[in-house]
Design a protein around this ligand. Structure first.
Ligand SMILES: C[S@@+](CC[C@H](N)C(=O)[O-])C[C@H]1O[C@@H](n2cnc3c(N)ncnc32)[C@H](O)[C@@H]1O
Length: 276
């Protein structure tokens, strides 16, 4: 756990099922497995980076902060597209930050990484950014009642004319209706093993418990039992778009609009919230 982390006093009660330790542990464990979880992960991150690069060029945005940078793939893709960016990545998962740092050392541009919890984003002050990113369905890891608080900090971190870019599932209700499902997520070659990843989702009253299951097979012998299995579990909180918009406006964002061309096959929609 990073030292600077603190929690609002009511964070452990009621519907805050994830403790920050749970989030850290989960993402520490899966940081090198994104490609097994999301089919076409690298291409998808590059597609997003290409779109953002065009948007940032139009808005003359060069100082970019990704507050859920994970393994750093998006920032790396942005850096490759334009060496003029000043790139900053923060995340609560220590291993994600180490992974991202190692990854960016090979690049010929610099990215500054720090371990920071969203509740402590003010540790970045007095720095200001032309855009703050939080994508990959990241905000759903904490309950919506904390969003307002975080959005206010993000608002303060933006330059005049800066914008916050985030995503949200367009239809959480559809997930709820399905109660429980087993969804194959594709496979990938990892050294000599083939890795399959499945999600098993358990729906509770106010959160989804998501079991991410990896099965490792040797030599493509899928008829055999897997060589080994790993299961990691995390909670996610359904987010209502109307509540998200309300919280963004409360924090001072204005003229929020959907970035329609960026919509993805997983049902995520992307929003741009300019600083009011
Ligand atoms: C689903 S991953 C997405 C990573 C990356 N944006 C991507 O699309 O590949 C969510 C990320 O949010 C981070 N995260 C969750 N809660 C956080 C918090 N309270 N403060 C900072 N980072 C957090 C996790 O550690 C994780 O790296």
């Amino acid at each position: 756990m990073p030292n600077e982390t603190h929690l609002p006093s009511d964070i452990a009660v009621n519907n805050y099922v994830n403790s920050l330790q749970d989030i850290c542990r989960f993402f520490d464990q899966i940081v090198n497995k994104y490609e097994f979880i999301y089919p076409n992960y690298l291409n998808e991150q590059r597609r997003i980076a290409i779109y953002l690069n065009q948007l940032f060029n139009k808005r003359q945005a060069t100082k970019i902060l990704d507050i859920a940078c994970g393994n750093g793939t998006l920032l790396n893709a942005l850096g490759e597209l334009n060496h003029k960016y000043e790139l900053f990545g923060t995340d609560i998962s220590k291993k994600s930050i180490s992974f991202a740092r190692r990854h960016s050392r090979k690049a010929n541009f610099a990215i500054t990484y720090n371990i920071i919890d969203w509740m402590n984003l003010e540790t970045l002050f007095p720095r200001k950014f032309d855009s703050v990113l939080c994508i990959g369905n990241s905000l759903s890891h904490i309950h919506q009642k904390y969003h307002k608080h975080i959005f206010k900090k993000i608002h303060c971190l933006l330059t005049k004319g800066g914008a916050f870019i985030l995503d949200i599932y367009s239809d959480w209700q559809a997930l709820f209706r399905e109660k429980k499902f087993f969804q194959p997520r594709g496979y990938s070659r990892f050294s000599k093993e083939i890795v399959f990843c499945n999600f098993i989702n358990e729906f509770n009253l106010n959160h989804i418990k998501r079991h991410v299951c990896f099965s490792y097979y040797l030599n493509q012998r899928f008829s055999d039992e897997p060589q080994r299995m790993e299961i990691y579990t995390i909670c996610q909180f359904p987010m209502a778009l109307s509540k998200l918009m309300k919280d963004l406006k409360f924090a001072g964002f204005k003229d929020i609009k959907e970035l329609k061309d960026l919509k993805n096959h997983r049902g995520l929609i992307y929003l741009m919230a300019p600083k009011g």
